[in-house]
Ligand binder design. Structure first.
Ligand code: PHE
Length: 328
C-alpha cells in the first residue's frame, strides 16, 4: 500500500472505531492511544515518511497533518478540550458527559455464598465461622472418624503435623459450636476447605463449603428434608427436581446426599451431603442425646456456583481472568 492509501485506510478505520464515540473514560483513552499514542497508527504513518520519494513528500506531509488534525479534533470536540473550556472563560461546561470509572464485580463464588447465606438467614439461621487450621479431634475424632480407620481416606488431607490439619470440611465447626454453646443451635458456617486432590476441571486443592447445623428438641429427618427442599427451590428455582439418596458419613446417621436434576446434561448432580447428627458426635461434646436431636448438612459452593452459572471448569474460579470475571 502506498502512503496515501495507508492514510485513507487509517481514516476509514478511525471513522468506524469512533462512531459511536465511547462514553467510558477507559475506552476513550484506549482509542486515543490506538491512534494518537507514541506508537499509535498516526505515529506509524509519520514514521513512513522517510521512504516517501522527494516528489511525493510535500503532498504526503500535508495529508498526514490533516489526518492528525482530523482525529485530534474529534477527541477534542467529544471530550471537551481545553480550548472549549477556554471559550467558556474557565467556567465549567455542564453539558460535558461525566467521567465513568470501571466498576468492580462481586466474584461468582462470593455471589453464590451470599445467596446461600441470605436464604438460610431468612429462615432463622445465624452465620458462624471457625478455624481453617485445626486439630485432628475437631476435623476427625469428634466427628466419629475412628483412628486409623479407612473412613479418614474419604478426604485426602493436608497435614501440618501429625496432630494438625488444614480442615478437609467445615464440619469441624459443628464441634466448636457445640463445645461453646448450649442448644438449641441453628447455624450455617461458610468457609474454605482443603484437600490434597489432583487439580483438574472438576477438583481443586482448595474449595468452599457451607455447613449447616440444627440442634433442638424434637428434630426429625422430615424437618431436614423440608429445610433443604426450601433451600433448593429458592436457589435453583421452584420447578427444580431433587432427590434424597441414601449415603454414608461417619458423623451422621442416617445419611443422605441431595441431587438435583440438570436438564442441560440430562443427569442427576450431587450438591450436598446431610444427615441426622450421630449420637457418638453428641457424646463427644457432652450433649444429652435423650433431650437433643439434630441434623447437619454440608454443600460445595464451587459445585453450586458452576451449576447455577453454567461454568464447566472449576479452575476458572481461581485464575482471576478478567474476561471471565467481567461476565458476572
Ligand atoms: N462434611 C461432609 C463432606 O465434606 C458433608 C456433610 C456435612 C455431610 C454435614 C453430612 C453432614 O463431604
Amino acid at each position: 500500500m502506498n502512503i496515501k492509501e495507508s492514510i485513507e485506510s487509517v481514516r476509514k478505520l478511525f471513522r468506524t472505531d469512533s462512531d459511536p464515540f465511547p462514553i467510558d473514560y477507559q475506552a476513550v483513552e484506549t482509542l486515543r492511544i490506538k491512534y494518537l499514542g507514541r506508537k499509535g497508527l498516526v505515529a506509524g504513518l509519520f514514521s513512513r515518511m522517510n521512504d516517501v520519494s522527494d516528489k511525493e513528500r510535500p503532498i504526503a506531509g500535508k495529508l498526514l497533518n490533516e489526518i492528525k488534525q482530523e482525529i485530534s479534533s474529534v477527541f477534542n470536540s467529544q471530550t471537551g478540550s481545553s480550548k472549549s473550556r477556554e471559550k467558556s472563560h474557565g467556567e465549567s461546561d455542564y453539558s460535558l458527559p461525566g467521567l465513568t470509572f470501571p466498576v468492580g464485580h462481586v466474584h461468582p463464588l462470593q455471589q453464590t455464598m451470599d445467596d446461600i447465606k441470605s436464604i438460610f438467614m431468612n429462615i432463622g439461621f445465624s452465620v458462624a465461622y471457625g478455624p481453617e487450621i485445626d486439630d485432628d479431634f475437631h476435623n476427625f475424632g469428634a466427628l466419629n472418624f475412628p483412628p486409623e480407620h479407612p473412613a479418614r481416606d474419604m478426604q485426602d488431607t493436608f497435614f501440618i503435623d501429625s496432630e494438625t490439619v488444614l480442615r478437609t470440611h467445615t464440619s469441624n465447626v459443628q464441634i466448636h459450636l457445640m463445645e461453646e454453646k448450649d442448644p438449641p443451635l441453628r447455624y450455617i458456617i461458610p468457609g474454605r476447605v482443603y484437600r490434597n486432590e489432583a487439580i483438574s476441571f472438576k477438583s481443586y486443592c482448595l474449595f468452599h463449603q457451607v455447613e449447616g447445623l440444627y440442634v433442638d428438641k424434637n428434630v426429625s429427618f422430615a424437618d431436614q428434608k423440608g429445610i433443604l427442599e426450601y433451600f433448593v427451590k429458592r436457589m435453583f428455582g421452584a420447578n427444580t427436581k431433587m432427590r434424597f439418596r441414601p449415603s454414608y458419613f461417619p458423623f451422621t446417621e442416617p445419611s443422605a446426599e441431595v441431587d438435583i436434576w440438570s436438564e442441560k446434561r440430562s443427569q442427576w448432580l450431587e450438591i450436598l451431603g446431610c444427615g441426622m447428627v450421630d449420637p457418638e458426635v453428641f457424646k463427644s461434646v457432652d450433649i444429652d442425646t435423650d433431650i437433643w436431636h439434630g441434623f447437619a448438612f454440608g454443600m460445595g459452593i464451587e459445585r453450586i456456583c458452576m451449576l447455577k452459572y453454567g461454568i464447566d471448569d472449576i479452575r476458572l474460579l481461581y485464575q482471576g481472568d478478567m474476561r471471565f470475571l467481567e461476565q458476572f
